[in-house]
Ligand binder design. Structure first.
Ligand SMILES: [Zn+2]
Length: 284
């Protein structure tokens, strides 16, 4: 039991996300210097090799975000690379994260992403840059977009980055058991609905959110693009969806997820980006 608890805690430690809180901008700037080759990156002393790694990945990650979101960044992203855990925890107050976009829309990276979690850096960088991109247009972690969509979209951009710790099978089992995101539920300032609101653990929540976004994208790619652009122009989440897809968001997703989770042959593939054959595309 103790081992299981430890494993659970360890995997929670690996998550990265947007945080609702954060230090004042002047606090964030302290202790960092510009990375000479790339003005988008600032680093703590001792993080030169880390910054070089970010620099090598950054253009591709930015391109991925812009391709999926359908719009360019409004400004170059502002990335802070920590050499020490002390640096990271000074800037990111939410415990258990490995990367975060803090209140003034700066992306902070933990040294873990250059050590024990180095293989996750490309995915986490793209995931967090999706949050930065949306934050530039709608404000940091806009409450008018549900948490599940913030996370599902970022994970879709990262092709699974951020949702590695739950399987598709676990996600659909949770759905079958009634532990499911309520796609009708609206988030508002001061009332965000995260994993616990739906009886999901954090990993199942990210995975279910990712599956939902991929299903919507596969169902009608053109409508998905129209919806996403409308959201970034400030349109209401549900109204813009109905306008783009000519149907109700929850109705569509519930029926699609039901058809997968309740299929006689349960989904055996891994990776929501590649829905199984039971997920039909609708042609208009
Ligand atoms: Zn996230």
């Amino acid at each position: 039991m103790r081992t299981l608890l430890a494993l659970g805690l360890c995997s929670y430690m690996l998550l990265g996300c947007v945080t609702p809180d954060g230090p004042a901008p002047q606090t964030q700037a302290e202790g960092f210097r510009p990375y000479p080759s790339d003005p988008r990156i600032r680093l703590e002393e001792g993080a030169s090799a880390h910054a070089a790694r970010v620099h090598a990945l950054l253009d591709a990650a930015v391109a991925r975000v812009e391709r999926v979101h359908g719009l360019p960044f409004r400004a170059p992203p502002n990335i802070h690379v920590c050499a020490t855990v002390t640096c990271f925890t000074r800037l990111v107050k939410t415990p258990g994260l490995t990367a975060a976009v803090v209140a003034d829309n700066r992306l902070v990276l933990s040294p873990r992403l250059f050590g024990v979690e180095a293989d996750r850096l490309p995915g986490i960088l793209a995931h967090e840059l999706s949050h930065v991109h949306l934050g530039q247009r709608l404000g940091h972690y806009s409450p008018w977009i549900p948490v599940w969509f913030h996370e599902g979209l970022a994970t879709a951009v990262a092709e699974g980055g951020g949702a590695e710790f739950a399987s598709d099978r676990a996600t659909y089992t949770a759905w079958r058991d009634g532990r499911r995101i309520d796609f009708d539920r609206r988030d508002v300032p001061g009332q965000r609905h995260r994993a616990e609101a739906f009886g999901l653990d954090i990993h199942e929540f990210y995975r279910q959110a990712w599956c939902a976004v991929e299903l919507l994208r596969a169902h009608d790619p053109a409508a998905f693009r129209r919806w996403l652009v409308a959201l970034q122009e400030g349109a209401d989440f549900h109204i813009a969806f109905a306008d783009a897809y000519n149907t109700d968001l929850a109705k569509l997703l519930n029926s699609q997820l039901d058809s997968i989770a309740l299929a006689t042959e349960p989904a055996s593939h891994e990776g929501c980006a590649h829905p199984g054959p039971q997920v039909g595309h609708r042609h208009r």
